[in-house]
Ligand binder design. Structure first.
Ligand SMILES: [Zn+2]
Ligand SMILES: [Zn+2]
Length: 313
């Protein structure tokens, strides 16, 4: 399924099976997760995607030849030599290339990936259930690491990533407060079923030690700051967000922190994929055939399902 230009529906296309460069794997795709970042690309909110483009950066498939099952994440390539790469921050690499953005991704029967950036998929996860681990899970894990040892954790936007982070946070012994759109009682019940002790919208019943904002709505940043205890952090997990409204300095005072999370390192992936089966993280998934990618994106935009949407290929 090809994106030819921002704002247009994806189109089914027949492409040649890709040829390999040095160090690359040809992956027969079995499942690919649908991410909010894909929506931002379709909507033209991220500058300069490759066009035409095959979206998708939560790819689960088998390597042609060896049959090994691998996951292909958002971080597709780095230069290994810039000041970020040399200091353990390859997620910030100046010349990084991203799957389903700079490199064709997994909304397809085949994908090509640099072997060094692929992960083995833990046993026990079927392909479709594994796919959301590769971005919703990985970025959620990196975001959670920036919450430090916060005991009372707020999750703003209870979608694919939050439903995974909630399970890990509970396993770590944290208390979880889930924020949904007003009136989303089904989403609130889903959050409570995964261990959130409170789910709602508006102000939480007590102060939070950290908050992770998954929803791309800038007004949630001052709202989350207002809910924080002194010394707490607001972690913005998305790649794009509407403008953050101005707010009084008093909300930031008391050593509160606002920060973003960008991309992932391979170390994040190794840590998270080792942890997920131990929790164990269970992903709730809505399946769609590849041809229905546009419908899956529309349902993500509408918040029409619980957990994560995945294309089965
Ligand atoms: Zn993603
Ligand atoms: Zn670099």
């Amino acid at each position: 399924m090809l994106l030819e230009a921002a704002g247009r529906p994806l189109v089914a296309a027949e492409l040649p099976v890709p040829t390999l460069g040095p160090g690359q794997l040809l992956v027969r795709v079995h499942a690919c997760g649908v991410c909010r970042t894909d929506l931002h690309i379709v909507d033209g909110e991220l500058a300069h995607p490759k066009l035409p483009l095959v979206l998708g950066h939560q790819v689960v498939g088998t390597v042609e030849g060896s049959g090994e099952r691998v996951g292909v994440p958002w971080l597709g390539w780095t230069d290994g030599e810039c000041r970020y790469c040399r200091t353990g921050r390859e997620n910030l690499c100046d010349r990084a290339r991203f799957t389903g953005y700079d490199i064709d991704g997994g909304y397809a029967e085949y994908a090509v990936a640099d072997e060094r950036y692929c992960f083995p998929i833990p046993e026990g996860y079927p392909d479709v259930q594994a796919a959301p681990l590769l971005c919703a899970g990985l970025i959620g894990w990196r975001s959670l690491s920036f919450a430090g040892d916060a005991e009372r954790l707020g999750l703003y936007g209870f979608g694919a990533s939050a439903h995974i982070v909630c399970q890990i946070a509970r396993w770590q012994g944290r208390r979880v407060f889930a924020f949904t759109r007003p009136g989303d009682e089904e989403g609130q019940a889903f959050a409570r079923s995964l261990g959130a002790e409170w789910a709602g919208s508006g102000a939480p019943p007590e102060e939070l030690d950290a908050a992770i904002v998954f929803a791309p709505a800038g007004e949630l940043v001052p709202a989350a700051l207002a809910a924080l205890a002194k010394g707490g952090s607001v972690v913005c997990a998305g790649i794009h967000m509407s403008d953050i409204p101005s707010f009084p300095y008093e909300l930031l005072w008391g050593e509160r922190v606002v920060r973003s999370v960008a991309n992932l390192t391979r170390r994040d992936g190794e840590e998270f994929l080792a942890l997920a089966p131990r929790v164990p993280v269970r992903t709730e998934v809505e399946e769609h055939p590849l041809e229905a990618a546009d419908e899956a994106l529309a349902r993500l935009r509408a918040g029409a399902f619980r957990g994560a949407a995945v294309l089965r290929i």
